[in-house]
Write a protein of this length. Structure first.
Ligand code: NAI
Ligand SMILES: Nc1nc(O)c(N)c(N[C@@H]2O[C@H](COP(=O)(O)O)[C@@H](O)[C@H]2O)n1
Length: 347
């Protein structure tokens, strides 16, 4: 008997994944998002090794930061996975992730497919959420499609603004480097920092203190609300019960009702993604699994960030485990698998 070929199993035809294939795999039919939903339709986007790790390093490499910032202040073109377009696929190896195997001689060229798919989520998102650790690891972090076909689809076909709102979830915004972090100095971004009541005022103060005559972005205010681009807004939301961090359910409701966010991408580490799952706030998991095993500790002996975290997270018995229902599978080359799951909650 011939093997059953399920329609959602396919191979991408090129590492520079053609737009039709991107849409077919990651497209969102907004019609399926209930109007009554009191929070955004939300998905996460992650690249992880086969043993479930998300970064080779556990902490930001200060030396790399310094080098990158120095190059930028010298006017050099800093090559960073978020900062340079690879629209013709010709500069592979400079912008993609190590976790996506960009340095491997055979797998390397295919790591571009992961970068294209990372950008693809930003086409549909009204907002993209990252965390304090993500900003500290990447001084140039931003979530704006760098590929022209994607940007054009976002604007001209979906009718969305050029850039998703950039949400930062943290409880320690006071300690961000407001002078150097790209996100806080971009004329084209609206950044919303969601933090705790204890942190919010001093964070706002630190941001104001960092502004000088060259700073392009300003503190958000009611008056600038109409043109939010180039502004940074600080929001204190209530804490979760018996916790020192923001109540995620309240945060999601706030995004929908206050910022009109209907589609949200989570571009954060495993701890945030996992918390979203524990509170039943995540609708999809999008995962690039790469064929490499790296182990749990980095070269300093610290624990590497992992898929779905684990420390202090909930556990479920066999009647209440979270069910991952496959929505799509793609492959490219011999080392990359792209998985799209819907989540069914039973807890
Ligand atoms: N491979 C990939 O696809 C990705 C990898 N990463 C990497 O993951 C690492 C970070 O992962 P994790 O350490 O798991 O951290 P995380 O990104 O999950 O963030 C955890 C932190 O977020 C903040 N936070 C979480 N929930 C909060 C709440 N309810 N209220 C206020 N603040 C809250 C807290 O500061 C907490 O320490 C970084 O190395 C980053 O580069 C990040 C995104 C994607
Ligand atoms: N899905 C996805 N694909 C990529 O190619 C990514 N770079 C990310 N997110 C980032 O992955 C970083 C780890 O990258 P390196 O291997 O250190 O280059 C991490 O910092 C995320 O920002 N996600």
């Amino acid at each position: 008997m011939a093997a059953r070929v399920r329609p959602f199993l396919r191979e991408f035809t090129a590492a520079n994944v053609p737009m039709e294939e991107v849409i077919e795999f990651y497209g969102i039919d907004t019609a399926v998002i209930p109007v009554s939903m009191q929070r955004p339709y939300t998905w996460s986007n992650t690249v992880a090794t086969i043993d479930g790790f998300m970064n080779f390093d556990s902490t930001p490499r200060v030396a790399d930061w310094d080098k990158a910032l120095k190059s930028r202040s010298n006017g050099e073109n800093v090559i960073n996975h978020k900062s340079k377009s690879t629209k013709d696929g010709s500069v592979h190896g400079s912008v993609e992730s190590d976790v996506a195997l960009k340095r491997h001689p055979q797998a390397g060229p295919f790591s571009l497919a992961d970068y294209r798919l990372l950008n693809a989520g930003w086409i549909y998102a009204d907002a993209v959420l990252s965390s304090g650790p993500c900003l500290r690891v990447d001084p140039f972090l931003r979530h704006v499609p760098v590929f022209e076909d994607m940007l054009s689809y976002r604007k001209n076909v979906l009718g969305k603004s050029s850039n998703p709102i950039h949400i930062v979830l943290t409880s320690s915004a006071t300690s961000f480097d407001y002078t150097n972090q790209t996100m806080f100095n971009a004329a084209d971004l609206h950044v919303v920092v969601i933090t705790t009541p204890a942190d919010c005022d001093s964070a706002k103060e630190a941001f104001i203190l960092s502004r000088n005559t060259k700073s392009v972005s300003k503190l958000w205010s009611d008056e600038t609300h109409a043109k939010a681009q180039g502004t940074v807004r600080f929001v204190a939301l209530p804490l979760a019960k018996a916790a020192i961090t923001v109540d995620l359910t309240v945060a999601m409701h706030w995004l929908r009702t206050e910022l009109d966010v209907h589609c949200l991408e989570i571009d954060a580490g495993g701890s945030v993604v996992r918390r979203m799952i524990d509170f039943k706030l995540l609708d999809e998991v999008r995962l690039t699994q790469t064929g490499q095993l790296i182990g749990s500790h980095d070269e300093t002996g610290s624990v590497r960030p992992s898929l779905f975290g684990s420390q202090g997270m909930d556990s479920y018995d066999s009647d209440h485990s979270v069910i991952f229902r496959t929505l799509g599978i793609r492959a490219i080359g011999d080392h990359h698998l792209f998985l799209r799951y819907a989540l069914d909650y039973r807890h």
